[in-house]
Design a protein around this ligand. Sequence first.
Ligand code: C5P
Length: 398
Amino acid sequence: MLAGRRILLIIGGGIAACKVPELIRRLRDQGAEVTPVLTRAGAEFVTPLSIAALAGRAVHQELFDLTAEAEMGHIQLSRAADLVVVAPATANLMARMAGGHADDLATTLLMATDKPVLIAPAMNVRMWEHPATRRNLEQLLHDGIATVGPNVGSMACGENGPGRMAEPEEIIEAIARHLGAGPLHGRHVVVTSGPTHEPIDPVRYIANRSSGAQGTAVAQALLALGAGVTFVTGPAQIPPPRGARVLQVETARQMRDAVLKALPADAAVFAAAVADWRIENASGSKLKKRGDGQPPLLEFAENPDILAEVARLEVGRPRLVVGFAAETDDILVHATAKRLRKGCDWIVANDVSPETGIMGGTENAVTMITEAGAESWPRMGKDAVASRLAARIAEALA
Ligand code: C5P
């Protein structure tokens, strides 16, 4: 995916530098050329020797290095790349970048470069949340610098919260996006995800158990292949994918409006668990017990079928419309009929019978139904299903 792409990789001094060897290995697996620059603090965490061995080229460390300057001046070095990546970007490095310092090789390269810069911040949660870091981040974003992460989780210092450096694969996805690499570059895909909430009154609603996991994984896999993704999500339990344009909705009708507004798209994937019905007589004020033992009578009305509506658009229909179908019996028969009924191109069907452990689990076993027939995929992780589906979408749009 990154064949021939040149990355100038500045390694800052934080414990997350330990993940950088893996990042370099994976970048090279993808065909990228990595030129490493190690800050003085960075060299306390990883050795120049191991970084040079993995990158397959010399590590640059000092600003005033006559040998290095004779081979390639630092101005040239700052421009002989397609993208400059800073990982880990420590609080100190971010502060120096935001302040325009140029007091070592790394910051001088960052000042001298004319190439886009992507940083992967990593620091203790308090440092990340400190007003000075907030200010510096705002400045860096204002200066056009892109970020990936940090993630929320446990840290080497024993604390928990935002501050963990993004994982190597997330950094690579961000790099690919910034370089406009990947087979879906330039394509726009709309993905729906999560449940919908249908109000009963201002404080109560009807919902379902969808977590949004499969939809988020699909969006992430599409982003990884370079697609621009509009992620239309109901109130899900997990955070939306980074890098997508996120439209938060609550009800099925809001989801429909958001999807139609997000068009045109090259493809649309409908992974949301949309409520089939809404409450027609939802109350504008909180329903009270009446004291006569009579419960309120709820009247239901059918919600729009967003998938079917988009699949049948005469003008502006995405080239590829993909639906999901969760079934408990006769999967093949029901899903095949659903594909025809809804007018979509593909249905990704899965068996959600309790004994499969798929619902709420991390794995999925799906059958892809297309015009050509049915195709069963082996049982695999939901992320792997998403990657495979994204690859198929890329093939179909090629
Ligand atoms: O009809 P059923 O809910 O089984 O269909 C599942 C597929 O249709 C999913 O792709 C789902 O996202 C989509 N759908 C929709 N709008 C609805 C109901 C389902 O987009 N109102």
